[in-house]
Design a protein around this ligand. Sequence first.
Ligand code: HEM
Length: 511
Amino acid sequence: MASPDLLSSAAILAFSLLLLFLFNKRPTGTFPFKKLNLPPGPPGWPLVGNLFQVAFSGKQFIHYVNDLIPVYGPILTLKMGARTMIIISNSEIVHEALVENGHQFASRPAENATRTIFSSNKFTVNSAIYGAEWRALRRNMVSGVLSSARLREFQPARRVAMDRFIDHIRAEAAANDGGVWVLRNARFAVFCFLIHMCFGVDLNEEAVGRVDAVMKKVLITVTPRMDDFLPLLRPFFSKQRREALAVRCEQMETIIPLIEKRRETLRNPTAHPEAAPFSYLDTLFDLNVEGRSPTDSEIVTLCSEFLNGGTDTTATAIEWGVARLIENPRMQARIYEEIEAAMDRNGRNPVNERDTESMEYLQAFVKELLRKHPPTYFSLTHAPVKEGLKLAGYDVPANASLEIYLPSLSEDPRMWKDPAVFDPERFLTGGEKADITGVTVIKMIPFGAGRRICPGLAMGMTNVTLLLARMVQSFEWGPHPDQPKLDFSSKLEFTVVMSRSLRAIVRPRNN
Ligand code: HEM
């Protein structure tokens, strides 16, 4: 005979299934008998909704969504197991969600169990729910390291990182008949710079590699799994949960020594003349959020967020940018002409941020790069701040995940002339306008828009622009014999990278 424990577990399971089934009927709501008017979407199955249709479609998620938009329109619903995903893909509705009613949709959805570990229970800028804690964390990150004043103060460190990057490329090219991997080198350069900003130290290559390896493991570990959508499956994923905890330990063991080292430097600055005068960590030591200081574990999480937020996004943009320069030698030549003019003015030195500000064509090139190749397909997931909100006339349940599909905005033929063509000229004086912040109009928002807009926008733009300028100043970029014809298709690898990782041939310039 079954034990009372087993019987009650079976009863609870049956009851949960019944509830899930009721809640899962379309249109869904907060209560099974109240029908919500959700945005349209493909019919799903009981319990799992559209989850298996998506998972077994044989398509990348993004291609699946691309096929749905013409059928269901610019705001559509996908039921992914227990989650209601609302995908928005046109300018007007995105403006309504992020700008006009931005305060209503400025939160983040609940985390799954793994993400809760790696976000220290939502104690990061990107994952915090909209409220006092988020405000404190974000204000600290911006005023501490990302403001325009700080951007200027970090100029010498940026210069060192870029010099190292150019040397790296030169050495790799010399050893490989001119051949260099673009994404890998750009990633490394940006990562070194962010490590400097974050911890106030310049690590050697091996140490940088160790931090990078653990950060990659974290990104892989938090990638969504089936049980994130179907919590009933959790018991089958206990091995993955143990592995996640092991990765968290490794992350702590890697980052804590850097935190300790900085503490010791601040206690005894004269003994560490090589250390940076300030760092993101310093602000975290002094931080007070809702009356308390962050724990060391939370500091590890905040530092990891800082490193992850800026690395792949920036490096991805560089890879696409170099591909476009190789495809269009004339564009490369025009950028080099602007660089030559700057060198005539500044005494043949490496170009700096100030020089790039007056390079009109380079600025237009970077805008076009971020229009045509936004580093992420979707903005980070938004969530409503409360029950009972509406968007484009539809109900948005409190537990909905709002996904903003970025390429559909920057390739909208209503907004752009020949959107499929890569043409920086469109942004030159008198041409098309792009408010990259999306405040006036949503046309291209590679950094998101509204209250949760990327706080690293200014730094991201500066790094992309300067990296490209330094790369063109030092080398002429051409196709590698292994990739004579470039393939501009994309795939998702944390960010949207080229399907085939770009390898180029560089010829050092005599300047
Ligand atoms: C080319 C470079 C970059 C791109 C394209 C980019 C893109 C984005 C996007 C699309 C979002 C989501 C906005 C939203 O939720 O509506 C975001 C958020 C964020 N980004 Fe960036 N980003 C870049 C660089 C950086 C850098 C350099 C940092 C910091 C070191 C950074 C830190 C963050 C943080 C902390 C958030 C969360 C903001 C919040 O939730 O309040 N990003 N970024």
